[in-house]
Design a protein around this ligand. Structure first.
Ligand code: BGC
Length: 741
């Protein structure tokens, strides 16, 4: 195909072969730019959805494919498969300048091999594995002609009612920043241009996760200090890691829609952070500035977005219809257009698409990814490490593989597509490829074990007629495993919920089965923290099994029967009720810090509700137990030029080998602005054999003590600090130190 292109180019007035001989990519970009008409430039800034699938409100356009041939389209989204991407690239090759299309897609947690949802992966706190997960997704997607994934979503989220919490890394800025880097590295692999690497996209810039009331697309109003301290760092980390693109967001930030927000896109991203990639709008978000009440019409919307630094318009058609006139009217300077187009062309060169526009669309490579056992193995590993053990009274878990009779109850036991979660692809052979919990358990237990099954109820209705069968089934068993939760489309984009209790009558089913007196293990499949207080207080064992992807059933069986000792830690606080939201561990102390729930005049406590979440950030049990020694500091005070070392000994005191995530938190006691009660500043995962102990040390420098002051400068301040180390944000040893001048 490369040969064909060269032959075609030779007949063309403009030869890219000549351009290719020039030295740097920037020079190549300039050479192409010089050849372009204004309309061709604007075409590069236009992205359409393919006619086969949509992830947003679609505009009917029967001239869509013709527009590609006319050079009016720079990128397409939702065009899947080597064959289709090749066909559309063929159209781009009929344009005057033969500038290749970029194909983008939401490859959020896997493509063919579906991985756990990002929030679940975050519970692994395992950066290497998270990177590998993105690597697999990139390899599979790239073979289908996809150049660009709209991931990672790096929005910090403190409100589990917001449906999109499933797509991010949870509530913590430090953890979220590390995960942002891991995912960018995973997607972009050894470098863009390799046929197994896709361009990553840090989204949604910015503060989308702070939508008021957790309602999707809602407004965000926050101090710039909070924006810089809590919400921007994961984006900065992604930019520093070389992320190719950014996507702006649907929300307005302090009254200005992100898409038209010059402060975010020009001043911070392209200015302070010197970001060299390009910014794509979110779906239709340029045009949505009209209902926002920020632009009068599409003409004005295009002007505001382009001038604010949105380089590519996803699906609103405002750019293609208005930019030319805006330039002629002097409302958008040609330098704005040129800058955007250069950014886009640059990436097309980096990807190697000018040399071979078809290099990603390779049906053979695509086939080879089809049932890749290596990928599946990584997926299972990721799934096991994402599971969080919330409760295990009387060592109910792990179960014995020799158990005579096991009752498997609940609407998720035989689920297939519900294991995948939102933002995942359905493939025709899914039913034979995806393991259900039932099949996972069946292949794990001894041949003599008998498995009984009753669905009990549906996920989200009020029908209880299946309870009787479930109870009878439970009565015949030695142990009962119940799996409940949310259907795949109950958490995701436009899936905010005011009620995040276990849906339908599922908790009633648990109650009915528990009444048999049999030992019960509850597993909860969900895309967000749910509320299930009765179960949490009464069921002896609970595993949070999220939406774990293709090999969910086998991963779950490994954990249930002790072939893998669970090690996940919650990346978000689990509220006691919706009334506590937003609830997050790194809040301020306030002038009236409460010591306990009866301190009613303290920290704006509710008179009818505890201060504390049901399960705290960083929490997660193991089949074994870990004991922490007191913390040893290398010195009690240190100078800014020095480094402080904090050490604990962690001992495995239980009966199983296991992995612990040792977490370091710091509190700056007095500052020129108030500081959170605790902030995660480091963690280490340590594997300890039964009875084994290891010293774990953290080096602390002033970098770890920095924050944004009221002038938005990132500084540290000498003074007194508390330092905490433990296995959860609410289960720590503590000491203190001083930073001198
Ligand atoms: C979402 C983005 C997504 C885009 C394209 C939008 O509705 O907010 O996250 O990348 O659609 O599918």
């Amino acid at each position: 195909m490369k040969r064909n292109l060269i032959i075609a180019s030779a007949c063309c007035i403009f030869s890219f072969t000549a351009i290719a001989q020039k030295k740097t990519i920037d020079q190549k970009v300039d050479s192409v730019l010089k050849l372009m008409t204004l309309d061709e430039k604007i075409g590069q800034m236009n992205q359409y959805n393919g006619p086969w699938a949509a992830t947003g409100p679609l505009t009917n356009d029967d001239k869509l494919l013709d527009q590609i041939k006319e050079g009016k389209v720079g990128s397409m989204l939702n065009v899947t498969g080597a064959k289709r991407t090749r066909e559309l690239q063929d159209l781009a090759m009929q344009t005057r300048l033969k500038i290749p299309l970029l194909f983008g897609q939401d490859v959020i947690h896997g493509y063919r091999t579906i991985f756990p949802i990002p929030l679940a992966e975050a519970a692994s706190w395992d950066m290497k594995l998270i990177e590998q997960s993105a690597r697999v997704a990139a390899t599979e997607a790239a073979a289908s002609g996809i150049h660009w994934t709209f991931a990672p979503m790096v929005d910090i989220a403190r409100d589990p009612r917001w449906g999109r919490v499933m797509e991010g890394a949870g509530e913590d800025t430090y953890l979220g920043s590390l995960i942002a880097v891991a995912r960018v590295k995973g997607f972009q692999g050894k470098g863009l241009g390799n046929t197994n690497a896709v361009m990553a996209c840090a989204k949604h810039f910015a503060a989308y996760g702070a939508a008021v009331g957790g309602r999707d697309y809602n407004s965000v109003d926050m101090s710039l200090r909070q924006l810089h301290e809590v919400y921007l760092p994961p984006f900065k980390a992604a930019a520093d890691a070389g992320v190719a693109t950014f996507m702006n967001s649907f929300n307005d930030l302090n009254g200005i829609p992100a898409t038209g927000n010059k402060y975010l896109q020009r001043d911070i991203l392209k200015g302070q952070w010197k970001f060299k990639g390009f910014v794509v709008s979110d779906w239709g978000s340029v045009g949505e500035m009209i209902p926002h009440g920020y632009a009068k019409n599409n003409y004005e919307a295009a002007m505001l977005a382009a001038n604010a630094g949105s380089d590519m318009d996803m699906e609103s058609r405002s750019y293609i219809q208005n930019l030319s006139k805006l330039v002629k009217d002097g409302k958008v300077n040609i330098s704005v257009i040129d800058d955007a187009v250069k950014r886009i062309l640059r990436i097309k060169f980096v990807m190697g698409l000018f040399d071979d526009p078809y290099k990603f669309s390779n049906e053979e490579r695509e086939k080879a990814q089809w049932n890749n056992t290596e990928h599946r193995k990584i997926e299972k590993e990721m799934a096991k490490k994402s599971i969080v053990l919330l409760k295990n009274d009387k060592q109910t878990l792990p179960l014995s593989k020799q158990t005579k009779t096991i009752a498997l109850i609940g609407p998720f036991i035989k689920a297939i597509s519900d294991n995948l979660g939102f933002w995942s692809y359905d493939w025709p052979d899914d039913s034979s490829r995806i393991t259900s919990t039932y099949d996972g358990i069946k292949s794990k237990v001894s041949a003599d074990s008998k498995l009984l099954y009753a669905k009990g109820c549906n996920i989200n209705d009020s029908i209880t007629t299946g309870f009787a069968e479930a109870v009878e089934t439970a009565k015949q068993a030695d142990v009962v495993v119940i799996q409940v939760g949310e259907a795949r489309d109950m958490t995701g984009e436009a899936k905010s919920r005011s009620n995040i209790h276990l849906p339908g009558v599922q908790e009633d089913l648990i109650k009915a089965v528990m009444a048999t007196g049999k030992p019960v293990v509850v597993m909860i499949n969900a895309g967000r923290p749910l509320i299930f207080n009765w179960t949490a207080d009464n069921a002896p064992a609970i595993l949070y099994t999220w939406w774990l992807g293709t090999d969910a059933g086998n991963a779950i069986a490994d954990v249930l029967f002790g072939d893998y000792n669970p090690s996940g830690k919650l990346p978000m606080s689990f509220p006691l009720t919706e009334g506590q939201i937003p609830i997050y561990y790194n809040h301020y102390n306030t002038g009236r810090p409460a010591q306990n729930d009866s301190d009613r005049f303290y920290r704006s406590a509710y008179i009818d509700l505890s201060l504390y979440p049901k399960f705290a950030f960083g929490y997660g049990l193991s089949y074994t137990s870990f004991e922490y020694s007191d913390i040893k500091l290398s010195k009690s005070s240190f100078k800014p030029t020095e480094k402080l070392t904090a050490t604990v000994t962690v001992k495995n005191t239980g009966n199983y080998d296991g992995e612990e995530t040792v977490q370091l938190y710091i509190q700056d006691l007095f500052g020129s602005v108030v500081r959170p009660v605790k902030e995660l500043k480091g963690f280490q995962k340590v594997f300890l054999k039964k009875g084994e102990a290891k010293e774990i040390s953290f080096a602390i420098t002033t970098e770890d003590l920095k924050f944004f002051n009221d002038k938005l400068e990132k500084i540290y301040e000498p003074g007194d600090f508390k330092l905490f180390i433990g296995g959860a944000s609410n289960n720590v040893k503590q000491t203190s130190f001083t930073l001198t001048k």
